[in-house]
Design a protein. Structure first.
Length: 224
């Protein structure tokens, strides 16, 4: 299998560090949702999850960016409940001064290492939701595609078609910027991806996540 879109080896300790390995100036732990309110605690985590009015809460705050040293790192934590997956938090960080950004998803209900597979047999299956964290490996064996975790790995929430679009964009870059065998393999991958998007080629999406932070939700669940 010739992988497209491989971003290095797995380094879990660097998931929330800026380039150069420096730690954030202020360490932000996942909040205990059962805590009583304190003056420093955002309103959205005042009550336990079971007492909240809905399944989605947001927390936004600003900290010092370890990349540029300015108090311009905007952090947003979105707590949500996904059907058949459970409670999770989506964390996004963006520095308005230097442009550094991070996005990841973390399950708040640790279930241990997980491997999930989803067979795409028709156009409807392309709507299945993919929750991919930076700790997971995503493969599509029939198309020769692989996305590994690493320090430059990106988390995302999309559907199967969106995953294919990501691989297609990478393959197109290789076609334009490479030569020889690499260019030929990229062209072959593009042809297979086009067939898959058009529903003319069945395939399997496989996600392996050591921390259980990823999931594949069938179309009927994704619409809930």
């Amino acid at each position: 299998m010739t992988p497209l879109g491989v971003w290095g080896l797995y380094q879990p300790v660097s998931r929330y560090k800026a380039p150069g390995g420096k730690p954030w100036a202020r360490k932000r732990e996942a909040p205990d949702l059962s805590q009583e309110r304190t003056p420093q605690m955002p309103l959205s985590i005042v009550k336990p999850w079971s007492m909240m009015d809905d399944d989605r809460k947001e927390i936004s705050y600003k900290v010092t960016c370890a990349n540029c040293g300015k108090e311009t790192l905007n952090v947003k934590e979105v707590y949500s409940k996904i059907p058949r997956f459970g409670k999770m938090v989506m964390i996004s960080m963006f520095c308005s001064n230097c442009g550094y950004r991070v996005f990841d998803t973390v399950s708040l209900e640790y279930k241990g290492p997980a491997k999930v597979e989803f067979q795409v047999k028709n156009m409807k299956d392309l709507a299945a939701r993919i929750i991919r964290s930076t700790t997971s490996t995503l493969t599509i064996p029939e198309l020769g595609l692989e996305l590994r975790p690493g320090p430059k790995s990106e988390a995302f929430i999309t559907n199967v078609e969106g995953v294919l679009d990501r691989f297609s964009a990478i393959a197109e870059q290789l076609v334009r910027g490479s030569g020889g065998g690499t260019k030929g393999k990229a062209k072959s991958a593009l042809r297979k991806i086009k067939l898959a998007i058009d529903g003319k080629m069945p395939f399997t999406v496989i996600i392996e996540d050591e921390f259980g932070n990823s999931a594949i939700l069938p179309p009927e669940v994704a619409e809930e």
